[in-house]
Ligand binder design. Structure first.
Ligand SMILES: Cc1ncc(COP(=O)(O)O)c(C=O)c1O
Length: 378
């Protein structure tokens, strides 16, 4: 269907075509010099010592769980209001995800007190998700984790370019994971990045990304090695040069695109407050600077969400839901129903509005006017 205003849009231009063409002409497609350049530029941008590019954020999360030492019998605390990959990554290692609740209407992130309550003597790690690019309470979570000897992994899939207390999100914890999926603030189609300041973790992540092999095809091509050993049970989670080239260009555009996302978020907040004050807008005056990946709103408690979204669709406006909570999925249901009252309540009312840098202020106003048409009369 042709949307008047789609949910998201990609900022691709001639720059992306030129660099991809360059890679194709070079005929070196697998991970090499351009990937190294992308990793260095990304590490510098977020202020991390190491950046390791991978095939997607799900692979990044899996590797992060492996290097955090998760395995059968262990537990890792995760939010349920996230994409399923956050919890799946824990399960790939044989460990069990334990769901914690979110803070409430104003903060859709994992709640500190719920993490504290979920800790048992089997807990090894906490995975936090910066929902929509808005920061979790990292100072408190890191302090708790250090006290209890737990690893922390940041799912920063939404938070590329977000900052809290002068530190980029993704760099607060042991390992940060970013996504470059096609609806993200910067995209390579599929793609992801791990960051860490820990030399040993970085070394292991690099090994695990490529079969646990001590040298890469690229090293052998450059004449730096002619054979290799396999020293760990690794995976093929490599990115390629085409995607890394896209990543370099997209990273350059990220700061201004994120700025525009924040501007549009402000326009949304003002217009929503004025025209449809019965709609709740989370993350008002939230600490830090968000990458403004999503524009979530909460419908009034008795609103029929499906009817609302259908009425938006009729007006040509695409909306979405972030997220059906993971504990409600069939593949997770057999594990007993966790007590997550805030997650259950908010997940039922949440609707995500269109947000992308090419939107204009007028587009935002059109969406808000469409909302006032779509809502049930009071
Ligand atoms: C919060 C979150 N975590 C993880 C992922 C997985 O990212 P990818 O598609 O790059 O594997 C996504 C992607 O949508 C996400 O939104």
């Amino acid at each position: 269907m042709e949307w008047k205003i789609p949910l998201s849009d990609i900022d691709f231009g001639l720059e992306e075509r030129v660099v991809v063409d360059h890679v194709l002409k070079s005929k070196w497609l697998t991970m090499g010099a351009i990937t190294e350049e992308f990793e260095q530029a990304f590490a510098a941008y977020v202020g991390a010592k190491h950046a390791i590019a991978v095939t997607n954020a799900t692979a990044a999360l899996h590797l992060a769980c492996v290097v955090a030492g998760l395995g059968p019998g262990d537990e890792a605390i995760v939010p349920s209001l996230t994409f399923v990959a956050t919890a799946n990554a824990v399960r790939y290692t044989g460990a069990t995800p334990v769901f914690a609740d979110i803070c409430g209407e104003q903060d859709l992130n994992i709640a500190f007190h719920s993490i504290e309550q979920a800790i048992t003597d089997r807990t090894r790690a906490i995975l936090v998700v910066h929902y929509g690019g808005y920061a979790c309470d990292m100072p408190s979570i890191m302090e708790l984790a250090r006290e209890r000897g737990l690893k922390v992994i940041e799912d920063a899939a939404h938070a590329v370019g977000s900052e809290l207390g002068g530190r980029m999100l993704g760099t607060w914890s042991d390992v940060g994971c970013y996504s470059f999926f096609s609806n993200k603030n910067m995209t390579t189609g599929e793609g992801g990045m791990l960051v860490t300041n820990d030399d040993e973790l970085a070394k292991r992540l690099r090994l695990l990304r490529s079969h646990g092999m001590t040298s890469l095809t690229w090293d052998r091509h450059k004449g730096h090695a002619w054979s290799y050993d396999v020293v760990d049970l690794g995976y093929n989670y490599r990115i390629d040069e085409i995607r890394a080239a896209l990543g370099n260009v997209q990273l350059g555009k990220l700061p201004s695109n994120n700025e525009q996302r924040r501007h549009l978020t402000h326009v949304y907040r003002d217009a929503l407050q004025e025209i449809v004050p019965q709609v709740t807008v989370p993350f008002q005056n939230h600490p830090g600077t968000s990458a403004a990946h999503l524009m979530p709103v909460l419908l009034p408690p008795d609103e029929d969400r499906s009817a609302f979204m259908e009425a938006m669709k009729t007006q040509g406006i695409q909306t979405s839901i972030h997220y059906p909570p993971i504990h409600s999925f069939s593949a997770y249901r057999g594990r007993g129903k966790p007590h997550l009252p805030n997650t259950d309540e908010i997940a039922r009312r949440e609707v995500t509005l269109p947000l992308y840098p090419a939107m204009s202020d007028e587009d935002v106003l059109s969406v808000v006017k469409a909302i006032s048409q779509a809502l049930q009369p009071a």
